[in-house]
Write a protein that binds this ligand. Sequence first.
Ligand code: C2O
Ligand code: CU
Length: 464
Amino acid sequence: MMAHLNMTRRAFCVGSAAALSLRPGFAATDPITLTAQAKTRQILPEDYPETRVWTYDGELPGPLIRARQGERMTRRLVNGLDVPTSIHWHGIRIDNAMDGVAGLTQEAVPPGGSFDYDFALPDAGTYWYHAHTNSMEQVARGLSGPLIVEEADAPDVDRDEVLMLDDRLVDPDSGQLFDDFDQPMMQSHGGRQGNLIGTNWQYRLELPAKSGERMRLRLINAANARTFVLRLQGLSGWRVALDGMPLERPVPVMEEIVLAPAQRVDLFVDVTAPEGETAAILRLDDDDQWRAQVGFPVAGIHATASRGAPAPLPPNPNTGLPDLGAARRLDMVMEGGAMGRLNTATFEGDELGFRALVNRGQFWALAGQVGVSETPFADLSRGEPIRIRIENRTVFPHAMHLHGMHFREVAANGTLGPLRDTVLSIPNETTEIALTADNPGKWLFHCHMLGHAASGMTTWMNVA
Ligand code: C2O
Ligand code: CU
């Protein structure tokens, strides 16, 4: 799956009349398909049965899509499932009609139906795609894959590896995914945490490496609710991009890397472990032990001299700073969940107490509102700068994701952080973000702990 071809470029290549005449029945305008379909796959050790999963094109993760910055991406989603579905292209500053949010930006694609996604790729970086119809269940069943947009000039690395970190909740007796996706206990606490942690759907991924090699590692947290806490061993590295967007300067990895659901980090790492040892990305496990998330057994020597700090990635277009002084201020209080202090909130037009909300399977509120309402959290004009204070009055962290636009965190002293599309909000803390609302459309703003999103923590903004 790492060697998955760049289908986009291949399709463009057959665009000549000569090539077409050799392939009757193939029209140059037919987009490449991505078929959502149920399959069984061996995701557990061999002595377990195969597991029923949902896939794109039968692959886990979904096919690795590599495209070039500035290209258009076209994919025809074909729904081979027996429930409606849609695809969201996470982190792409996309045309709103292509954002994939069932009920907000498009109708869900019915079983047997299809939908043509066709959009520009303005930014290089590490993105991903996933189902956005009942995502809590569909993503947990397997509907996600990496979307890599390559810079015009390849950076100076020896290898480029895409690492989708994930966890699945599996019944060890049957080998099947637990299918109570809307389990209230999980929704009202930290979300659906899996017991089978892996990378690219392998519970113990090992990639052979050479000493002195410089690798670009594209880490994507595709888990429903798990925040990964990571450390490097036998690797010396720099962060070069967050949520797809290049950092102004590479930042040496000195401390733990915290990767909340849906967040990405691009690392450049040099293999410093000697031949015969295993370099690794370690994760802090639930029992406080560090274990290998990905192992890099070192065989062979690539280079002995150190290469020094890497150059930054080229910046993406339109990444100017929002005008903080002129920015409209908005407040978003997060409430609810187990041990929370939610008294009342509005759900489907009714003001309800916590008990009544729980009876409707709702546990969380954003700015007094439970789930997507008729009126947006904010009505913005195009190009308007805004800042949002997110105050976490729950006892759980939440990974807040904005569709269609990246934002910057505002530090207490007023300085602006790097561009992100997902920020981790910590209990009893206030996180302020700022952006220029420059992409018109209806944009979801929600917790990417998908069980939280489904039980109240979803709202939206309108950019006219
Ligand atoms: Cu990656 Cu609305 O989500
Ligand atoms: Cu949450």
